[in-house]
Design a protein around this ligand. Sequence first.
Ligand code: SF4
Length: 381
Amino acid sequence: MTTNLATVQADFPFAPYRSLSNSELQERIAKVKREMGSRLLILGHHYQQDEVIAHADLTGDSYQLSKLAADSPDCRAIVFCGVHFMAETADILANRPEKLESRNGERVLVILPDLSAGCSMADMAAIRQVEAAWSALGDVIDTKDLTPVTYINSAASLKAFCGRHEGIVCTSSNAKAVLEWAFARRKRVFFFPDQHLGRNTSLKMGITNDQMPVWNPHAEDLGGNTEEAIVNSRVLLWQGHCSVHQMFTAAHVNQFRDKIAGIKILVHPECPQEVNDIADISGSTSKIIETVRKAPAGTKWAIGTELHLVNRLKAEHPEQEIHFLSPIMCMCATMYRIDLAHLCWSLENLQAGHVVNQINVKQDIADWSLIALQRMLDVSK
Ligand code: SF4
């Protein structure tokens, strides 16, 4: 457990907030925002529901948001309407040594309105499993030849693992540049927790599937692989995925192409290879948004990413024809747990000096994570 929760929910009960109407909650949230002013920043991830996004001071992807909030000179409290790993990253960046020094040691409080807002992908790679895998790999290959790379969608403990083992963090925007950095230094990469981002990025770099064995943390021996597969590997992929993006299939792409002439397929690299291989464009959340923004009126899209973001793009771009790529509702169910009631409850307690659901990453984990994050920033310069 990487968090030290200053949670006092029994004394400051959440239950009464459940019976408030949306308009009462909205008014009370707006009141706290007015009264706390620039000391408070509410961050809303792109996949968050609209009624929560309406209260966000900043919207963006997880890394953009953490960086923007950390760079705000006035901010003393961040309420992150995202998921757990995002709040951890915000805590690490906002309270890194030079930022603390500029505030005379005062910490920025980081709050996740509902602690059950986790990420199914991040949960697929626990630090004890990664450490066990590293040790087992060390019996077959020289781990000095292996760079651990963790997607930013992972627990801080995994980022710290990468910091300690000469590894690095990546986002979906810079994954290729990060892998190039890793291959310039060492022979192999151990990529976790998202196998799809790792595979889709590596394929674009000419690495083939037979050079990318998948490590199953629940398998008995060598993650379910032979010694030969490990020895011949260039990228070892962790068997993890995003439960939202995993649901898009090649059949969905083909159905749209059969139905709508000229439609363009725009997907996130967390989607499986079969979807990425046949899409017109694959890119990060920011790239998806920018691509739609820059497209001429009348462009037809089927977009494979989280439902709330696609619906928002649809509303913002009536001049274009935008479809959701899947007939199934693919939304981030854990992020959806952050609702107006939890936002209001955490804000009113914060204003009253009762910090609920604080995310406070342990110092040694934060220090090593920052090293891995800084390597990523240096690569992206
Ligand atoms: S969309 Fe997927 S990767 Fe992103 S927070 Fe939700 S479960 Fe995690």
